[in-house]
Design a binder for this molecule. Structure first.
Ligand code: SF4
Ligand code: SF4
Length: 348
């Protein structure tokens, strides 16, 4: 009889213990979840970052390494549809958020009066947090001045790409960069890190340092001179790149192809293609709606990146890893400092 009660006692003890452990795990899980929620809330942007690629594929340059296809000048121009461009911009401004728009045209913005006019009007909108542009800055100084005069420059940021094989007079290019600075537009100079351009990179980096202009590198991505980059960079070349890259983050993700982790793409960042389809980002196939139909579905929390690498500098700033370590201090998406330092420009 005693044995019977003992075994019943153990039975109930074990049952209670299992139940206790089970609920304890749920409590712990909820606690971690709410801690994470608080962490993520702190890192979340107070605006929606939109990357819109309207496929305006026309450029006045024809760089040999162009990944937008302009080494065969102009052939892709037919994809451009100004009416659809306007409708998509209108759709973006109907979303219930402040907007940080990055126009990634796949061509040169200052060859299109239509896009220039739309940028001017976007900078005047209350809902605009910022318009981030990229240009080869080849337009005449008087035309750039006219454009800047018509913009609200406090909502404009610009990445200017320097292409030594196309630029006739470096001084003209630099004059335009200085002009942007004079209008208080946060500006960065970018170069493609071709091994044959390393001397030019050193020179431009020095010039930028002397004039307090932010300078960063884009690795060559794709096939060039029968080699596939960035894998084809040699050990020596990688050492050079490490020295000149803007940050450890850029170098790790863009050259060493570090595997991405948790990412805010689809939470406070979306990518819109030329026909209005919205995705988590330009490489993810996660569809989140169509801007021309008015509805998009954003996630509440960052999720693990479904891809093996993220080599796009306008997108990998959405990684939790980036936001934990760095902080933007201007409207330019490529100007930031490490969180543990203040005031100084990042150079690790
Ligand atoms: S300026 Fe840019 S878009 Fe134009 S050809 Fe050169 S790399 Fe391509
Ligand atoms: S890490 Fe890059 S590729 Fe991955 S989801 Fe984020 S933006 Fe997209």
């Amino acid at each position: 009889m005693t044995g019977y009660w003992l075994s019943r006692g153990f039975y109930y003890y074990d049952k209670m213990r299992t139940r206790f452990l089970f609920f304890n795990r749920i409590r712990q899980y909820n606690k971690n979840r709410s801690n994470r929620r608080v962490e993520f809330e702190k890192l979340r942007l107070p605006f929606l970052r939109v990357r819109y690629q309207p496929k305006y594929r026309y450029c006045n340059y024809s760089c040999s390494y162009c990944i937008a296809g302009h080494n065969n000048k102009g052939i892709l121009k037919r994809e451009w549809n100004p009416d659809r461009y306007d409708a998509i911009i209108q759709g973006i401004y109907q979303l219930p958020y402040k907007i940080d728009l990055r126009l990634g045209l796949g061509g040169e913005i200052f060859t299109s009066e239509h896009i220039m006019r739309s940028v001017i009007s976007m900078t005047e909108k209350e809902k605009t947090h910022c318009v981030n542009l990229i240009s080869n800055l080849s337009l005449r100084k008087d035309r750039l001045t006219e454009f800047l005069e018509r913009c609200d420059c406090s909502k404009l940021a610009m990445v200017t790409s320097y292409h030594p094989e196309q630029v006739e007079r470096l001084e003209d290019y630099l004059e335009n960069v200085r002009l942007l600075k004079n209008y208080d537009v946060p500006v960065t100079v970018v170069m493609v890190a071709l091994p044959s351009a390393f001397k030019e990179i050193e020179r431009m980096s020095e010039v930028c340092k002397g004039e307090a202009i932010h300078f960063f590198l884009q690795p060559m991505i794709g096939k060039y001179n029968k080699k596939r980059y960035p894998k084809a960079y040699t050990g020596e070349e990688r050492k050079f790149l490490e020295r000149y890259f803007y940050s450890e983050h850029d170098y790790e993700y863009m050259v060493e192809m570090k595997k991405p982790g948790l990412c805010f793409a689809g939470v406070d960042f979306i990518h819109i293609d030329n026909i209005g389809r919205c995705f988590q980002c330009c490489v993810s196939s996660k569809y989140i709606g169509n801007i021309l139909r008015g509805k998009i579905r954003l996630d509440e929390f960052p999720a693990f990146c479904p891809l093996r690498r993220c080599q796009c500098d306008t997108q990998n700033i959405n990684l939790v890893d980036f936001r934990l370590k760095y902080e933007h201090f201007t409207l330019n998406q490529h100007i930031y400092i490490a969180r543990d330092r203040t005031g100084d420009v990042v150079k690790q």
